[in-house]
Design a protein around this ligand. Structure first.
Ligand code: C2R
Length: 197
């Protein structure tokens, strides 16, 4: 009689350890997350692991200092910092780390983000913050990828492919606009309810 011994089952492979984050995305409040999420998604698009934190120079100053002072030694290469209003977080983080800091001004209700922009961009000589546009989360993510790409050939190649896609999108739109004429193009665009039709 054949034996009915159970076949040995290979144990499930252990999950791949995700690489240590190379970028941190930090923000003054979780209310800033809608502005910073496009940065996270841009990093994810390029396969760059990031750490996402709420840290405030005003409300959690000691946690902010601990994070900024330890950022370089734990392997981070770039920090994206977004804040609104009296947006001191990016500059304070920059003052505590040698890593490049990209500031994202968050659109405030009272002053439409101009307060955030001025707070972030007007740094004194010696402690720069590379400031993107008000609400410019996606560009902050892209700029972080570009910084990493200076020492990462695969990322540099992925960036070229991304630029090519942008180019092809625009030439495609230009072709359709030329073919349809502006009136029909606009009608089709409005009918689609989406500028990316
Ligand atoms: P709440 O929505 O939590 O009241 O925050 C945040 O970035 C946010 O845009 C309102 C705004 O306060 C900002 N905030 C800063 C800092 N901490 C919080 N600008 C900072 O440390 O710079």
């Amino acid at each position: 009689m054949p034996s009915i011994r159970a076949q040995p089952v290979a144990p499930p492979a252990p999950p791949e350890p995700s690489p240590a984050p190379r970028v941190a995305v930090v923000m003054g409040s979780d209310s800033d997350l809608p502005t910073l999420q496009p940065a996270v998604e841009m990093l994810e698009h390029f396969g760059v692991t990031c750490e996402v934190r709420v840290l405030s120079a005003h409300r959690t100053p000691l946690e902010m200092v601990a994070f900024a002072q330890g950022a370089a030694t734990k392997g981070l290469k770039v920090i994206i910092a977004g804040a609104g209003g009296a947006a001191h977080l990016p500059g304070m983080v920059a003052s505590l780390t040698p890593l490049p800091v990209i500031g994202v001004p968050v659109q405030s209700r009272a002053l439409s983000g101009v307060d955030s922009l001025h707070s972030i961009v007007q740094m004194p000589a010696g402690i720069p913050v590379a400031t993107v546009a008000i609400g410019g989360g996606a560009n902050a993510g892209l700029l972080a990828v570009q910084i990493l790409a200076t020492a990462d050939a695969a990322l540099a190649e992925a960036l070229l492919a991304y630029r090519q896609q942008l180019h092809d999108q625009v030439t495609g739109k230009d072709g359709r606009l030329t073919q349809l004429g502006s009136r029909a193009y606009l009608a089709a665009m409005q009918a689609s309810g989406d500028r990316q039709w």
